[in-house]
Write a protein that binds this ligand. Structure first.
Ligand code: SF4
Length: 445
């Protein structure tokens, strides 16, 4: 019996990985493990890696060293390398790092309990087969209700069919596969029972949800069904490919009051020519038209994005077009990165010809301008009353609370009676770069 054994998961990367880590924790719990507070007190350490950004192998290897150090200090610790890097490097990792017990691919997570008993009996295993039919969360451990807090993530699909030229995801997460709606709704209900009030529906491209399912259903229809679930107060989703953002989905922002007024709509570049090399399949005019429709459907709609600077062949002029786009859309926030090639992608064969110093300079210019715009957008919130989902205590006194507005901004306020999961109405009095500060107006419920 493993009842005294503990598991710790270290997570890198996107919300999909956060979701997968929670899945692994719950599966390990079903195999008798308890959650450890830190790696030092764990008997099973799982590193969930990401290969989407920056030097994946290098990071994975240094992380393996980190795991190994802890494992040595604690005889009998089992080490698992999971996630996209595991999927990519598979056998070679087990050969080059003799202290790894299990290399677990992204599509093999559902088999974790069986694999754990194999490594516990001394085997070393690689499982990166793409045959995990179940992509959902295992049923919650009944002894720990409410653990997920007010916000929950639910995976609605996995993989991607788009093959944007710079992106490794279709190679490491496989082809797009939607999850049956009944399973998704059951999982949302499970999280509501555990105390969740907000759900974020996850997928690499949620807008194409439903393709290949027996039941004829699209993403907008799925949103409508989640909206009907009692106890859910707020719905978010990520990520969206602009080419698949339909008018029906835009309309949902006007029709579904629980659908939060925030859209993450990755654009990647402001130049049509670069978008073409990236195989993104939309033009900037088409993109801007969709952004405009979103803002018309829901007043004060927040729009955020992802941007890559220094993509292969990016000229000064093309970079300037990205800068122009920032002023045209006025994003509420943006994640921006320097391009670096991912082995195995189409763009890895292109000439990565923008010098690193130029990439760095462009990134700094872009981030500086976006910071200004973000602050301006935050200042536009002054005097508005926004609905805030309380996450927990804030800094600066026992009555201080912190939560997120519909548009995903952090909001601080004083109200000692507000509990995590409450929706409160806050009038915004101060705006800063990373947060807003306000005063409670009246309870929303
Ligand atoms: S849509 Fe493009 S960027 Fe997004 S996961 Fe798919 S291939 Fe990658």
């Amino acid at each position: 019996v493993n009842d005294s054994k503990k598991v710790f998961v270290k997570t890198f990367g996107c919300q999909m990985n956060v979701y997968d880590s929670e899945r692994m924790l719950r599966l390990a719990e079903s195999a008798g493990y308890l959650r450890a507070e830190d790696a030092e007190s764990a008997d099973l350490i799982i590193v969930n890696t990401c290969s989407v950004r920056d030097k994946p192998e290098h990071k994975a290897v240094s992380e393996i060293g980190w795991m190994h150090k802890r494992a040595r200090a604690h005889e009998g610790v089992k080490l698992v390398l999971a996630g996209c890097v595991a999927q990519q490097l598979a056998d070679s990792l087990l050969k080059s790092h003799p202290f790894i017990d299990l290399v677990l691919g992204t599509a093999a997570i559902g088999r974790l309990p069986g694999l754990l008993s194999r490594i516990e009996s001394g085997e070393r295993v690689v499982d990166c087969a793409d045959s995990d039919a179940d992509i959902g969360m295992p049923l919650a451990d009944e002894t720990t209700p409410g653990r997920s807090g007010p916000s929950a993530f639910v995976s609605i699909m996995r993989g991607c069919n788009n093959y944007c030229s710079y992106c490794i995801v279709p190679y490491v997460r496989g082809p797009e596969k939607s999850r049956a709606p009944g399973e998704i709704l059951d999982e949302v209900r499970q999280f509501v029972d555990e105390g969740a009030r907000e759900v974020t529906l996850l997928g690499q491209n949620v807008n194409s949800y439903g393709r290949g399912l027996e039941e004829a259903i699209d993403f907008t229809e799925l949103l409508g069904r989640v909206h009907e679930i009692q106890g859910i107060e707020r719905i978010r989703f990520t990520t969206s490919h602009p080419k698949d953002l339909s008018d029906r989905l835009v309309q949902a922002f006007a029709d579904l009051p629980k659908l939060a007024g925030h859209m993450h709509l990755p654009v990647q570049s402001g130049a049509d020519t670069v978008l073409k090399r990236m195989a993104r399949i939309y033009t900037i005019d088409q993109y801007c038209e969709k952004a405009e429709k979103l803002r018309m459907a829901k007043p004060h709609m927040a729009i955020s994005t992802d941007l890559i600077v220094g993509f292969c062949g990016e000229t000064d002029r093309e970079f300037q077009e990205t800068m122009d786009l920032l002023d045209r859309i006025r994003y509420d926030s943006a994640f921006s990165f320097k391009y670096s090639p991912r082995p195995g992608t189409a763009a890895a064969k292109f000439d990565d010809d923008v010098p690193d110093a130029v990439k760095k300079e462009r990134l700094a210019i872009l981030q500086k301008r976006q910071e200004q715009i973000t602050l301006e957008r935050n200042l536009e919130q002054l005097g508005r009353t926004v609905s805030v989902l309380v996450e927990g205590p804030g800094r600066g006194g026992p009555d201080r609370r912190k939560g997120r507005s519909e548009c995903h901004r952090i909001v601080h306020f004083n109200d000692g009676s507000a509990n995590p999961g409450d929706l409160v109405a806050i009038r915004i009095d101060e705006a800063f770069q990373n947060a807003l500060v306000g005063t409670p107006v009246k309870p929303l419920k």
